[in-house]
Design a protein around this ligand. Structure first.
Ligand code: NAD
Length: 316
């Protein structure tokens, strides 16, 4: 069980972890609030006034600038939209001082955003070059998991750094997996979500084919869920209403996991495929399919809503 007085490893003289939390959006807001509720001294900052005001309404201490938030921090957590946002924040822009220089030497930088593997490695190298430590810890579990403190963290970090932040991650999540060195958390996240995107398309196509062949949804579900077609996309996030009452299909595809986020994660997987030269065919195809889904009205719908596109594009 976490005690607020637990020192961060490598900061033996620090009795209470001072946390700067940057990016108080849909995910970062509730994560920061959960940390503060658990006894950490959290100072939040966001470039959007509305996000700052929302955090303040939940009694989170906030700073006037990112530099002010990190100046006295032992740990800097970021939850930002993209790798460009992260690298700009670390290095600074005309509008904002760079966090790596604003922070005291030896600060632990923990990025929970979902970004390219290469960007995560670059961020860690930039931090190390000026005497900090850095980890990537992207999450799954969505806004519901962020609010409930039940996220899964996939962590890319040196073991010592992983152990230092693990108690903190266990406040915000209920599953914390050390995946390897910096960048490995992002790698695990995009590989997992590539499986998810491809498998959801396969499940949705199978249901539409079943419909054409006169098979009821329930019959296909009863067979496949107990046979070799079994997967999360079928048994938890079933794209047709009925067989799994809690799946988004039963509430007109309200997310859940939004199509925009699936499209984003598959694009990150595609970037990694291109860079590594892997002979993948289904991953890039899934990226294209979800890119189109997100661009044509599916961005805010659950990704299982892809079945409606497949059905409406099917002849007869
Ligand atoms: P969001 O857009 O709601 O929040 C991001 C916040 O970062 C915004 O409030 C923005 O103003 C702020 N920001 C941008 N640049 C900043 C800077 N330099 N300093 C301080 N704040 C800054 O996005 P979100 O849904 O919270 O997602 C955050 C990250 O988590 C993304 O990388 C996303 O892919 C990932 N993620 C999201 C979900 C989800 O369900 N929303 C699930 C898993 C992972």
């Amino acid at each position: 069980m976490f005690e607020p007085t637990t020192p961060i490893a490598g900061h033996g003289n620090v009795k209470t972890s001072q946390v700067a939390f940057l990016g108080l959006g849909h995910m970062g807001g509730p994560m920061a609030i959960n940390l503060a509720k658990a006894g950490y001294a959290v100072t939040g900052f966001d470039v959007m006034p509305a996000a700052l005001e929302n955090a303040q309404a939940h009694n989170l201490a906030t700073a006037e600038s990112a530099a002010e938030a990190v100046a006295s921090a032992d740990v800097v957590i970021t939850m930002l939209p993209s790798g460009k946002h992260l690298l700009d924040a670390y290095l600074g822009t005309d509008a904002q001082a760079g966090l790596l220089h604003a922070a005291a030497p030896g600060t632990l930088f923990l990025d929970c955003s979902t970004i390219n593997v290469d960007e995560a490695r670059e961020a860690a190298e930039l931090a190390a070059a000026v005497g900090h430590r850095a980890l990537d810890a992207p999450v799954s579990g969505g806004v519901v998991g962020a609010e409930a403190g039940t996220l899964t963290f996939m962590v890319g970090a040196r073991l010592k750094d992983f152990e230092a932040v693990k108690p903190m991650l266990e406040v915000m999540g209920n599953r914390v997996v050390h995946c390897g060195e910096p960048g490995a958390g992002q790698a695990a996240k995009i590989c997992n979500n590539m499986i998810l995107g491809v498998s959801m398309i396969a499940v949705a196509e199978a249901f539409v084919l079943g419909e054409k062949l006169g098979l009821t949804h329930q019959a296909l579900f009863d067979v496949a869920s107990a046979a070799s077609g079994q997967c999360w996309a079928l048994t938890t996030n079933c794209p047709v209403p009925g067989p799994v009452p809690a799946s988004p299909a039963n509430r007109d595809y309200q997310p859940g996991f939004a199509g925009a986020l699936m499209a984003k994660d598959l694009k990150l997987a595609l970037n990694a495929i291109d860079r590594t030269g892997v002979a993948a065919r289904l991953g890039p195809l899934a990226a294209e399919i979800y890119g189109r889904f997100a661009a044509k009205g599916g961005a805010g719908r659950d990704f299982s809503g892809i079945i409606t596109d497949i059905r409406s594009s099917s002849e007869h």
